[in-house]
Design a protein around this ligand. Sequence first.
Ligand SMILES: [Zn+2]
Length: 275
Amino acid sequence: MATSISCGECYCRRGWPNLCMALAPMGFSYAGGMAEYVTIPARALRNGHVVKVPPGIPAVSAALAEPTSCAVNAVENCGVGPGDVVVVIGGGPLGILNACVARQYGAARVILSGRNTTRLKQAEAFGIDVLVNPQQTDLHAVVLAETDGIGADAVIVAAPAADPREQAIGLVRKRGVICLFASLPAGKSVLALDSRPIHYGELKIVGASDSSPRQVEAAVALLGSGRCSDSGHFPAEKLVTHQFGLPGIYAAFDLMQRGEALRVVLRPAGEGVIA
Ligand SMILES: [Zn+2]
């Protein structure tokens, strides 16, 4: 389901339910998520938040619908289209998802930049064209080399740090788009941006927050039949590096906190470690 439930009024009437002023997320405003059963609030049904998963999509893949839909929102906000070169900064699971979704929306080349060598190693399995560790390689030089010196069409910042946002200005072509996907903590969100390239290059800086039910439907469709690389299908099963039954919930959180897992799926009906 689209788990951040909109009110159906306010911005919702403009078709922007992810920007609802009374957004009520499951797991925060309503109990549920990591349990065998969950009560779906009436307003979730009323406002189209329940998305049917077609047969043939494993539950483990469907469990990625929410993060994938957020990447769909980012890629759509960037206007990514056929032939584009897209840079994704951040090698975590959401960075990888953004890279895969960008490819699905037609990007010809995707460059993923990440500082965590373990994560970058994990990213190798996803058919991303260029992987860069900016601590070892000059990301700016790589982007220029990949774009005939022009710059990328879009940069999606999926790393929770200020520097990549500031550097992204120098990675896009004129009229390029920079998407601030990951959020920064309150009090640490002020950036020092060079405004000249924005002005003279007519750059666009956009945000991406949450996703709409339509984008969750798009994500489910991607998880079912989409492709990340030209040859492979959307690599949902590679993103789910661990699965646990509910008794494994603490081990699951531990893995996430240590940064060893990409995505951990809890299977409430299962017992203990499944795989
Ligand atoms: Zn609303």
